[in-house]
Design a protein around this ligand. Structure first.
Ligand SMILES: [Zn+2]
Length: 249
């Protein structure tokens, strides 16, 4: 067979394969049309998670274009030293981000984490202040919660990020301790004390110079602050950055 015939055959079989795949995709789409997580409208085949209209209306932080310290940088001022911070979206109780976060956290949609993780990876890949990050660490959830939910939502974000930004994932360096007594039984001071003792950090963290913690949504920053303080007890000089899908407004 000459080269040209061989190439034609390759192109033809590739063409047949792609026709077969798109036929199958179309068939599946016809049987199980998926709907937008925000407006519930039917999704087009190229759309994932939400329709392009709802996607365009998401409240992006655009922190990547910011020259001044962002509200997320400021959140940790005077509390704990952070090298760089980034959040992709603003979360408000009334905005489009809420149903997406809910789906990721409570409605068995780990694919939402992968989808936004890839977006985060694309945003951060070129950011100079994140360039020395060696490992991504998802904020852990308790083992029972993970079992009930089937996955850790922050880990899904990290998985998506690593598809674009070729970094290591380490989910064993920081873990959540067993549930302590119900926090509501304590007063304000004890409750804070309780948050601080919820995390366990493995000594192996000492082999890294710059790590990034990854969370799904940041509100007060208390959880991340507690983890960072625990990490610095083991490795006082370590550089820590923070990445989140959303920042509460
Ligand atoms: Zn929509």
């Amino acid at each position: 067979m000459n080269v040209q015939r061989f190439q034609e055959k390759g192109i033809q079989s590739g063409f047949k394969r792609s026709v077969a795949f798109s036929f199958w995709d179309g068939f599946v789409h016809l049987l199980f049309p998926s709907s937008c997580l925000v407006c519930q409208g039917e999704l087009l085949r190229a759309e994932q998670i939400c329709c392009s209209v709802c996607f365009s209306e998401l409240m992006f932080t655009r922190f990547e274009n910011e020259q001044e310290p962002t509200p997320l940088d400021q959140l940790f001022w005077g509390r704990v030293d952070v090298v760089a911070t980034y959040a992709l979206l603003y979360y408000e109780k009334t905005n489009n981000v809420k149903p997406l976060l809910q789906a990721l956290k409570y409605n068995n949609r780990p694919d939402v984490g992968i989808f936004f993780g890839k977006l985060l990876g694309n945003k951060l890949l070129e950011q100079a202040n994140f360039s020395s990050v060696e490992v991504l660490i998802p904020v852990p959830i308790h083992r029972k919660k993970r079992y009930d939910r089937g996955y850790n939502q922050s880990e899904q974000l990290v998985k998506g990020m690593c598809m674009i930004w070729k970094l290591q994932i380490d989910k064993k360096l920081v873990s959540k301790r067993m549930h302590t007594q119900s926090q509501t039984k304590f007063g304000r001071f004890r409750r804070w004390d309780n948050v601080e003792n919820q995390f366990y950090v493995d000594k192996g963290i000492g082999r890294y110079k710059h790590i990034a913690l990854v969370d799904d949504v940041i509100t007060t920053g208390a959880t991340l602050e507690a983890i960072m303080k625990e990490i610095r007890l083991i490795s006082p000089e370590i550089q820590i950055s923070v990445i989140s899908l959303a920042l509460a407004k």
